[in-house]
Design a protein around this ligand. Structure first.
Ligand code: ATP
Ligand code: MG
Length: 392
């Protein structure tokens, strides 16, 4: 029996004028991911993309699991292709859905006629096919309100399709339709999740990471690179900037009051990240901060950090609990990498008594007095750039 995959757009279907751009970005993403599995024909109609395998033996299960990581897709189903006559639809539906219906207790049949010239009307298709399937599976009951299985018949231009299992897509908007932003990526649990969440809104993510060798090890950097590779699953290709931060941190320790250390360090991170954003045309920063999680994530501290920013800082985890963040980290498979025990440049230099309610003016004075301009320039110049590609 010939099968196709039907991909339904999510919110994109509502976006009016932008719809075509979104649709073409989504199509590009889909083709890129499925290309290595074999040849497919793609058609797009009425907020659905039809993916039709052109060779035998293509692994459709694998195709579907790849599609489930593409933002902009609301749902995915694997459907059986039928000729546009009721006999063929019934025969195929009986065979194709046999196992699924055998395991179910309740069902209903639903139909959609995109081709209004089809000889039967929707209620007729539902009633007739429902009756035939009930005969085949006498244990089944019809439940129109809350069925376990909804058998769907779609009558389209060239073919009809029958399917029963609708899988949830990743939702959101296709990556690349909302501009570019720079993720401050640490080796922790939070920042990879933050990158995933902004990519879900269609943002192309670049990543920046600060290292302080010899205080931080090669292994620690490797871990962050692993995380970066991992989130390409959802974010697509990522340009990764690795900033040497040792000199700045040592100077900071020498020149600034210890209690301000963390905040000034974060302001300097933001400054460097913004300079790279300007070159890369990134319009915003993304961090994994959430209110109150650690001393540098109090509201006061964030006000002081934001005062050093000329572009918006997106903090998609701001109101989330750690347990909720961990749930997503597990889902996107970054959790196990994140909990590997390597040091981060922030933790190496953490002061014993950070200021929880810093005053912006005091911070600015301390930072000004220390003077970091040359060091910032140098760190930007010595930043190492790497490209992480979605592995397909
Ligand atoms: P995470 O789990 O993301 O590491 P965290 O709870 O450990 O976050 P902090 O260490 O205060 O919190 O870091 C807050 C945010 O600052 C991180 O989510 C990340 O966006 C950014 N950040 C921290 N350290 C680095 C680093 N070495 N390089 C780049 N960004 C960093
Ligand atoms: Mg951290």
């Amino acid at each position: 029996m010939k099968e196709v995959i039907l991909v339904k757009f999510g919110e994109m279907a509502l976006k009016g004028l932008n719809k075509r751009t979104f649709e073409s970005i989504l199509m590009k993403r889909i083709k890129y991911r499925l290309n290595s599995l074999g040849t497919f024909a793609y058609t797009s109609m009425q907020s659905t993309i039809y993916i039709d395998p052109q060779e035998d033996g293509i692994d459709l299960g694998e195709a579907i699991s790849r599609l489930q990581k593409i933002f902009g897709i609301a749902s995915i189903c694997r459907a059986c292709v039928c000729e546009k006559n009721f006999e063929d639809i019934t025969e195929k539906a009986k065979a194709y859905l046999e196992e699924t219906l055998e395991d179910a207790r309740t069902f209903k049949v639903d139909a959609k006629r995109a081709d209004k010239t089809f000889c039967m009307k929707t209620p007729e298709i539902c009633a007739e096919l429902g009756g035939i399937l009930l005969e085949q599976h006498p244990h089944l009951k019809v439940d129109v309100r809350n069925p376990e299985i909804t058998v769907m018949v779609e009558i389209r231009d060239t073919n009809a399709y029958v399917h029963a299992l609708k899988l949830k897509g990743a939702g959101g908007l296709p990556v690349g339709c909302s501009g570019k932003a720079m993720l401050l990526l640490s080796g922790g649990i939070d920042s990879p999740v933050a990158g995933y969440m902004m990519a879900k809104r269609g943002i192309s993510v670049s990543a920046i990471h600060f290292v302080s060798p010899p205080y931080t090890s090669d292994r620690a950097l490797l871990k962050v690179e692993q995380l970066c590779q991992k989130i390409t699953d959802y974010c697509g290709d990522i340009t990764f900037f690795c900033v040497p931060f040792t000199e700045i941190q040592e100077e900071l320790k020498r020149r600034c009051p210890e209690e301000y250390f963390t905040i000034i360090m974060r302001r300097l991170m933001m400054e460097i990240a913004q300079r790279i954003c300007e070159k890369e045309e990134c319009l915003a920063l993304i961090t994994g901060e959430s209110v109150g999680q650690v001393a540098s994530q109090t509201l006061h501290a964030m006000v002081c950090t934001d005062a050093a920013c000329r572009i918006p800082v997106f903090r998609p985890l701001i109101g989330m609990d750690k347990t909720e963040i961990i749930e997503i980290a597990r889902k996107i498979d970054t959790f196990d990498i994140s909990i590997l025990p390597y040091e981060d440049c922030c933790t190496v230099f953490t002061p014993k008594h950070p200021k929880i309610r810093p005053q912006l003016s005091e911070i600015e004075q301390a930072q000004e007095a220390a003077g970091f301009e040359d060091m910032i320039e140098k760190a930007v110049a010595e930043t190492v750039v790497k490209r992480f590609r979605l592995d397909v």
